[in-house]
Design a protein around this ligand. Structure first.
Ligand code: DC
Length: 222
């Protein structure tokens, strides 16, 4: 493949976007951009400073007083907040939920938009999130929407956390994911949806490898 493509993968929490995007980016030798990490990074700082995650003026202050930087670390874009590498600290369910809350605010989305676009400016990128194909990269070469039933997503997230050694109650994951789905899909700005022209992949009965192969099959056919 000659041209360096922009490939977007959107979908709800727990659909397997990160795992699939990482493998795909590696196979293609592309950059992997996890945009949820940007929202999580700001939420991490908000929680640390006890900044309310539902108050626009506090979030506006947070945005103007925070330096968020993306750095290419061997093909993976790493997030730094005020110079701190937050990669390991932002993966909790609490931060995921707070990220979902603050991501409904225009001031937050605007702060992070140019960083995301800049990362994809030269192509050769697999970008995953909620509004990759709809807002951030509307002219992407390929747009995918990765979905799975809620039960399946809860199960996957539960196993993922257990594998990482993080204690996690199935029921609290269920509750968090339900709230997150609702918040992400119902917000007014850049809500989670399958973007126009997206290829929808239902991953309920597919392994990670099968999803990756399916995506690659579209890339090589067209
Ligand atoms: O993908 P994730 O679980 O790390 O994302 C955390 C939250 O960030 C998600 O619930 C909503 C928000 N988000 C967003 O609004 N837009 C994106 N492109 C990525 C994430």
């Amino acid at each position: 493949m000659g041209k360096k493509l922009v490939i977007t993968i959107d979908g709800p929490a727990g659909a397997g976007k990160s795992t699939v995007s990482k493998i795909l980016a590696k196979k293609l030798d592309y950059i992997y951009l996890d945009t949820g990490a940007l929202y999580r990074a700001l939420a991490y700082k908000a929680l640390n400073l006890n900044i309310p995650t539902d108050e626009v003026s506090s979030l506006a202050d947070l945005c103007s007083n925070t330096k968020v930087v993306l750095e290419n670390a061997g093909g993976r874009m790493k997030v730094y907040v005020d110079g701190e590498d937050v990669e390991e600290k932002i993966r909790t369910e609490e931060i995921g939920l707070a990220a979902s809350k603050i991501s409904a605010f225009a001031v937050v989305r605007e702060k992070l938009l140019h960083l995301q676009r800049e990362a994809g400016i030269q192509g050769g990128i697999v970008a995953e999130g909620r509004d990759m194909g709809s807002v951030v990269f509307p002219h992407a070469d390929y747009k995918f929407y990765l979905d799975a039933q809620l039960e399946e997503r809860i199960k996957r997230r539960h196993n993922e956390l257990l594998e990482k050694g993080v204690s996690a109650e199935y029921q609290s994951i269920q509750q968090d994911m339900f709230i997150r789905d609702k918040q992400d899909k119902q917000r007014e700005i850049a809500p989670l949806k399958a973007p126009d022209g997206a290829i929808i992949i239902d991953s309920d009965n597919l392994s990670v490898q099968e999803v990756v192969e399916k995506i690659i099959s579209y890339l090589s056919v067209n």
